[in-house]
Design a protein around this ligand. Structure first.
Ligand SMILES: [Zn+2]
Length: 264
């Protein structure tokens, strides 16, 4: 199963998004249309959870996820997904609903969906999952704080959305054995990391970002991509070469920042 990880869906200049977390709405639409044309089968989080426990799933199953809950996901991504009949999961920090991405430097902060907007997108087929309470790095917290970010957050978010919260995405993709166990014990069905997946409660995802062209997106869908990425990650020069080969999407006020920075 492929799992894609997006952040914002909105046209944002690189000056305000140095980590390349915002994909333009037209690029996002092209990517989802490509999935459907290429025979990928978008699945929802219930199907994904069942497949983890051994249920049959189509060979080209793909789960679309978004982290952080930026307003553009409600404004742009949700209508596109509804029009194409594609389900998805949105991971939000429960304590920042209706606020801003306060964990980023002030000039890179962006508004986050409100409780009413979360209920709207949830009703439109976007499951809501937990992304901690305030996007803290869970591996750095004591037990009481960890509990707040994982256990209490789950109940709070379920109250806000009016539906059970079934899965978790680690802020910054950061996890260790203690954090994974806390998430598992809190009753979540599964949890997502980013690149450093661990079998059990830290499943991997493929990061789609502002620099992706349709060509690099197609390469990322290849079933060997996560392994190839890990390999090139250990060899930075090779990784840059790979980037040169597949190209980068043009961005407003383009800079040369690598899009894998620690802002997730
Ligand atoms: Zn995040």
């Amino acid at each position: 199963m492929r799992v894609l990880m997006y952040h914002g869906i909105e046209r944002v200049s690189s000056a305000r998004d140095p980590y390349g977390m915002f994909v333009a709405p037209d690029a996002f639409r092209q990517q989802v249309e490509h999935l459907l044309e290429a025979g990928y089968v978008p699945i929802d989080e219930t199907t994904y959870a069942a497949a983890l426990r051994g249920a049959d799933v189509p060979r080209k199953a793909v789960l679309i996820t978004f982290d952080d809950g930026y307003v553009g996901v409600g404004e742009h991504a949700a209508p596109i997904l509804v029009s194409l009949g594609v389900p998805s999961v949105l991971y939000v920090p429960a304590g920042l609903v209706g606020g801003r991405s306060d964990w980023l430097a002030a000039r890179y902060r962006h508004p986050l969906l409100s409780a009413a907007e979360l209920r709207e997108v949830s009703a439109a087929g976007m499951a809501i999952g937990a992304h901690g309470f305030d996007h803290a790095d869970l591996t750095r917290l004591g037990d009481a704080d960890l509990r707040r970010q994982v256990v209490e957050t789950r109940a709070e978010l379920a109250r806000v959305v009016g539906r059970p919260v079934r899965s978790f995405a680690f802020p910054y993709g950061a996890h260790d054995a203690r954090v994974r166990l806390a998430v598992e014990r809190a009753g979540y069905d599964h949890a997502f990391a980013v690149h450093d997946a661990v079998p059990g409660f830290a499943n991997g995802r493929v990061d789609v970002n502002a620099t992706d062209t349709l060509r690099s997106f197609r390469i990322k869908l290849h079933r060997h991509y996560p392994r190839a990425r890990l390999a090139t990650d250990r060899v930075p020069l090779l990784r840059r070469k790979a980037h040169d080969l597949v190209g980068r999407a043009p961005r407003v006020e383009c800079d040369t920042h690598e899009s894998t920075g620690g802002a997730r």
